[in-house]
Design a protein around this ligand. Structure first.
Ligand code: ZN
Length: 245
């Protein structure tokens, strides 16, 4: 199987379209989305529609749950909160329902891979520090047979390996997957990267040749920024896209 893992699209139609174009030219069997289809940017309906019509496997992110009204965005900063309240007003009824019914967790590849948004057991928690990473490898250990966890939420492309009780991050663009090693992988964000590289980020995992490769693609950022301004969303949301923060 050749999987493409995408995360944190956040209503950025131009970035999403550019990533899908690259994926469509890469002989991918299945696309898996790690949540946060909406929030921040200006095309929520279009992005949900693509996920739905292309039957992309998808879980719920923290912005999806708040846009759908399952929770109020009270714990968000003003940029995220105001964008969620705007998104809620824009979303068609059928897409609100679609977001509400997304699962929180998915198991694929004969339960060897678990797919989550924030952390192994939460939509909202972050995996940031090495101690978070250690906690999550421990939680993965409670799920028999799982040796790879894909997560999103931080918008930062990163991978961690655990072998012989040692944990270390890796930064290579392409790695070989070993059966005796466990992995926690964040493919980065499609629609709002925060790792200093403004290119839309995603990952391809080929289970036949056991390789994982991170990709960045350029997109029409100017158009996305214009739409943010025209929609009356905060200008900071456009500014951050240009620097990858
Ligand atoms: Zn997000």
């Amino acid at each position: 199987m050749r999987y493409a893992f995408i995360s944190d699209v956040h209503s950025n139609l131009e970035a999403f379209s550019a990533v899908l174009k690259k994926i469509d030219g890469s002989a991918i069997d299945e696309i898996v989305c790690l949540g946060d289809i909406v929030g921040y940017n200006a095309n929520p309906n279009e992005c949900v529609e693509i996920i739905k019509t292309r039957n992309i496997k998808c879980i719920m992110g923290n912005h999806d749950s708040r846009a759908a009204g399952l929770k109020e965005p009270d714990d968000f900063n003003y940029l995220a909160r105001d964008a969620i309240l705007w998104t809620r007003k824009q979303l068609k009824e059928e897409y609100l329902t679609f977001l509400k019914t997304l699962p929180r967790k998915l198991y694929i590849e004969n339960n060897k891979i678990v797919v989550v948004h924030g952390s192994v057991n939460s939509t909202d928690d972050y995996i940031l520090s090495l101690s978070d990473v250690a906690d999550n490898f421990r939680m993965m250990g409670e799920e028999s047979g799982v040796n790879i966890c894909f997560f999103g939420h931080t918008h930062v492309r990163i991978g961690y390996k655990e072998a012989n009780a040692n944990i270390y991050p890796f930064y290579e663009n392409k790695i070989m997957i070993e059966d005796s090693v466990r992995y926690l992988i964040n493919p980065g964000s499609v629609g709002q990267p925060r790792d200093g590289d403004p290119g839309a980020s995603f990952l391809i995992y080929d289970t036949n040749v056991k390789t994982m490769e991170f990709y960045r693609v350029e997109y029409d950022r100017e158009k996305t920024c214009e739409k943010i301004v025209r929609a009356g969303l905060h200008i900071e949301l456009a500014e951050r896209l240009t620097v990858g923060w």
